[in-house]
Design a protein around this ligand. Structure first.
Ligand code: NI
Length: 144
């Protein structure tokens, strides 16, 4: 079994603010990330797949196919967008990197078979670096 990780980059802005909490609570929990006009991140996204080697090609997967999937489901809708106001799914959801990672992993998992219909390769996990010190991982088999 081999694991292959491919790295992508996108930039988005967001504001951490929960409509379920008061202004004071939001300020207390999210601090400067709650500033009304938001702020941006240069996200680093690692998508990992696993599987046996294809005996003829000597590869786990055609990375160009994964690129197309990530471009369509993640980079195109998220890059240079405000996650709170421009990405429909986040409008009722706080765009923390936990939620961002879960949504990216969910999108890839639910559409994976359209690109990779065989038993292998499988989507293993998604890893997001929001900053060099804030890193989030979501495993495909641990989400719905
Ligand atoms: Ni932030």
């Amino acid at each position: 079994m081999f694991r292959v990780t491919r790295r992508y980059h996108f930039a988005s802005s967001h504001r951490l603010h929960s409509p379920e909490l008061s202004e004071e609570e939001n300020q207390k929990i999210y601090g400067k990330c709650n500033n009304p006009y938001g702020h941006g991140h240069d996200y680093v996204l690692d998508v990992s797949a696993c599987g046996p080697l294809d005996s003829a090609a000597g590869r786990v997967l055609d990375t160009r196919l994964m690129d197309d999937l990530v471009e369509r489901l993640v980079l195109h809708p998220f890059d240079h967008r405000n996650l709170n106001t421009e990405v429909q799914w986040f409008m009722p959801v706080v765009p923390t990197s936990e939620n961002l990672g879960r949504e990216i992993c969910r999108r890839l998992k639910h559409n994976w078979n359209s690109t990779f219909p065989d038993e292998w390769p499988r989507l293993e996990k998604v890893r997001i670096e929001e900053t060099p010190r804030n890193i989030f991982e979501v495993r495909a088999d641990e989400i719905e």
